[in-house]
Write a protein that binds this ligand. Sequence first.
Ligand code: FE
Ligand code: CA
Length: 513
Amino acid sequence: MERTALDRRSFLALTGVSAGAVALGVAAPERAMAATTAPDGVFGLGVASGAPTPDGVVLWTRLAPEPLAPDGHGGMRLRPTAVRWEVAEDELFRRPVRRGTAVASPELAHSVHPQVRGLRPGREYFYRFRVGAQLSPVGRTRTAPEPGAVPARMSIATASCQAWYEGHYSAYRHMAAQDLDLVVFLGDYIYEYGLGAGVVVRQGAPALGSEHAAEIETLAQYRLRYGLFKSDPHLQAAHAAAPWLVTWDDHEVQNNYADEYSGYGIPPELFVYRRAAAYRAHYENLPLPVAALPVGPDGTVHSATDWGRLARVELLDVRQHRDAPPNTPEEQADPARTMLGAAQEQWLHGALRTSRAAWDVIGSGVVVTPVGERFVDQWDGYPAARQRLLKAMAGAANPVVVSGDIHRHYAAEVPSDPVDPTSAPAAVELVTSSIASGRDGAQHDGPEDEWMEAPNARLWDGRRGYVRLDLTPEQLVSEFVVVPYIQADDRAQGVVAARFVTEAGRPTLEREV
Ligand code: FE
Ligand code: CA
């Protein structure tokens, strides 16, 4: 893919930040002058952690006393601010184990991403930040078990699609009360659409100014959109409850984009600027490691996370490197067509081949199971690439696909031969519904018949919610949590609408509830 219009150096020059300053998250010459105080309410976007390893974790906060300040800077003055962080074994910080100072700079929207090391494997930790006399809420996190260990169990929640304006994050309130090892976010953390009159159906939401009315495209607008979505207390609670792994799908940039190709006719040489702004704001707002810091329009969000030998989580980027939608059936069937790009595909095949885990949890923003050729935005639009994915998954002991995007819960056994839905299953796929996209929803809705027609389909539920996975060496229990409504208020209670058991060595979904 040629990118002559925008090389890395010219992008960095345009944004006025040196590569070194961006990598460190500090503006080096100004460090000595970093402010040590900030306006009240500086932790208005909460705290988060992510990317757990056996000896550490990434912590995150973004200083924003006014998350809806129209310039996207959250009410902060445009100068560096010192942020102290500490990690302890207990919630009251009587047994502190690590501390440090990070500098929140305006170049990164006053976000900090300290990489904590030197922690013990397989342990629970607590963390908090301090600016001046202001203390942040306390977050809870976990380190991964030591390599080679076989933990008795592990709990993961998967989530996607959180259109703030379509309802309350009641599903996150339920999730935040669970005892989870990991949250895996599968895309559509924000939506880029203009939020003009009639779009916001979340009752009780603050009135939004005209700065929210148009589709977003600048860095300031993307930052403001994250500020809006992240102002929700239940999303903040879910971040504070467990470490997250995060990938993106399309709406973090623009609906249905593919690599440099906007689905709305924006020329690639202009669209890459928008992608650069969008990726930058994404990094600023999530607990991602420094390796994920985008360079111009290029970002790295795919990752592999080991939970001892119980699970390896392979999280994919299905947007940045994919080929554009096909114009003809011949093009769709082209064996050279790619969803992941050559480098990520090779990385994934290696991760699956070398995995010694009982379970490989493969996170894909879009659905893998064959539904129909017209679903060209999903893996159905990339049949040759899916064939290669299935072949690589066959090398793993127990592949489990977790995905999202369709705003419904859906469960299926992925057929080993995608053109024959009665062929032996190659994996199970657990598709999480949206947190908020699609408004209240209903258990049974429009597209259900088409999706449930195939004999390998096991569940459809059009209500909002998330999926919980409980893994042991012997089995996977998957629960599909739903909330009955989200528009009126945030009080709806989560309930388990369906539960399946998958025994190790047998990729089927046996329904219990
Ligand atoms: Fe979505
Ligand atoms: Ca999507």
